[in-house]
Design a protein around this ligand. Structure first.
Ligand code: GDP
Length: 387
């Protein structure tokens, strides 16, 4: 309006040129409006995200994973709706293909395989994942690589994220690499990874790698969310040196000695024998599978295809004897329990009466002034009375 009025105040001529100059701020404003609209458009509805995931749209899959990883209540609510929709879609796919269950390849395509990969920093995890990943995408698989990095919640520097990793896979249209969620307790990170697995499977990824650094607790967590657990090792370094605990070796479905190349070949072969012997000392697992030791060179890609054959053999054996399905159901039972426990905990600590006194009580307990059992029970009673 203002503009029209000004224009009409002047006869066309040199003054018009001045007016053009004055119009500039309008242009900037309209850019800002466009930007704002674009921002609004980028906030997708739950329906849009679900549809995007189910049609394999990677951008929308990433956005949905970001919601899963967010701790904002709003985002969590949306994430739960998305996960439920994805689970429903996965279940109906599995039901539809039940008659095909005898054909392992078909079944695997519709019911993904989840592989945990661990080993100390430097053992060659990213090189190995890149090599096996390229082998799989060349065979027509769709691979998602997720990471659980226990260091990222404690320090800014992340063991898994501090270098350019898996350069070939990163640009492979059939691979999807998602770094570890940035922060939180191991339990929290694990829950998010479990949910991310579901989203990736709904998006059509039929092989899921969950990578972790073999330095602590996270292996047990990864083991609890995968079908096959692979431990990468180096030759010539004792278990102590590699920081791998006996319990982790016991969890492994396969131990693969990496860097079996050049001068290292003989050492790798010796190590394979030692691990094979060590594995025999453990009681046979109830999966019906006998864990194996093998060698590979992720760098030269020697033995990579054989590692996949081992995983497929495990899949076939555990599929035939029912263990694969039983284990997934047992993992679901665990998720059910954990979800209840987390929900209760969150509710408990969110109570005003509790959050107001908890720090003070903890300090008093640390100073030896209070009996921890008595105080804990008092708080619990207070909580239950309120319910
Ligand atoms: P990560 O920390 O476990 O992810 O290990 P990387 O994949 O980053 O590998 C650590 C180093 O070992 C890098 O310099 C790799 O090039 C090297 N490496 C990885 N695999 C092999 C292998 O099979 N043979 C040899 N000789 N070196 C390897």
């Amino acid at each position: 309006m203002e503009q029209e009025k000004k224009n009409s105040d002047h006869i066309p001529g040199s003054a018009l040129q001045v007016m053009e100059g004055v119009e500039q701020p309008d242009q900037i404003n309209s850019e800002a409006v466009k930007k704002f609209k674009a921002r609004k458009r980028s906030q997708h509805t739950v329906e849009e995200l679900v549809e995007g995931i189910l049609t394999g749209n990677r951008t929308l899959l990433s956005k949905a994973i970001t919601l899963v990883e967010s701790s904002l209540p709003d985002h969590q609510e949306q994430a739960q709706l998305i996960i439920t929709a994805c689970l429903q879609s996965l279940n109906s796919e599995i039901r539809n293909t039940k008659f095909e269950i005898q054909n392992p390849k078909f079944e695997i395509r519709n019911q993904s395989i989840r592989v945990g990969i661990t080993g100390v920093p430097g053992v060659g995890k990213s090189t190995f994942i890149e090599a096996l990943g390229k082998h799989l995408t060349a065979k027509g698989h769709k691979l998602a690589v997720l990471a659980i990095d226990p260091s990222s919640s404690r320090s800014k520097g992340s063991i898994l994220g501090d270098k350019t990793r898996m350069e070939e896979l990163a640009v492979d249209p059939n691979a999807f690499i998602r770094p570890s969620p940035a922060a939180g307790s191991l339990g929290g990170v694990a829950r998010k990874t479990r949910e991310t697995i579901i989203l990736c499977e709904a998006a059509g990824f039929d092989v899921i790698f969950v990578e972790t650094v073999g330095v602590g607790q996270s292996e047990t967590t990864v083991h609890s969310m995968v079908d096959f657990f692979l431990l990468l090792m180096l030759a010539g370094a004792g278990d102590e040196l590699q920081g791998i605990k006996r319990g982790i070796i016991e969890m492994a479905d396969a131990i693969v000695v990496n860097k079996a190349d050049g001068d290292n070949m003989n050492k790798a072969k010796t190590a394979r024998m030692e691990y094979a012997n060590a594995l025999h000392l453990f009681p046979p697992p109830d999966s019906g599978w006998t864990p194996v030791a093998d060698i590979c060179s992720a760098r030269s890609r020697m033995g990579i295809d054989h590692v996949w054959e081992i995983i497929m053999e495990h899949r076939k054996i555990t599929g035939d004897n029912g263990y694969f399905h039983r284990r997934r159901m047992e993992q679901n039972r665990q998720i059910f329990r954990e979800t209840i426990e987390t929900g209760l905990q969150r509710h408990f600590f969110a109570q005003k009466e509790i959050s107001q006194v908890i720090a003070k009580l903890e300090q008093e307990i640390m100073n030896g002034l209070e009996n921890p059992y008595r105080k804990a029970n008092e708080l619990l009673e207070k909580y239950f009375r309120k319910e």
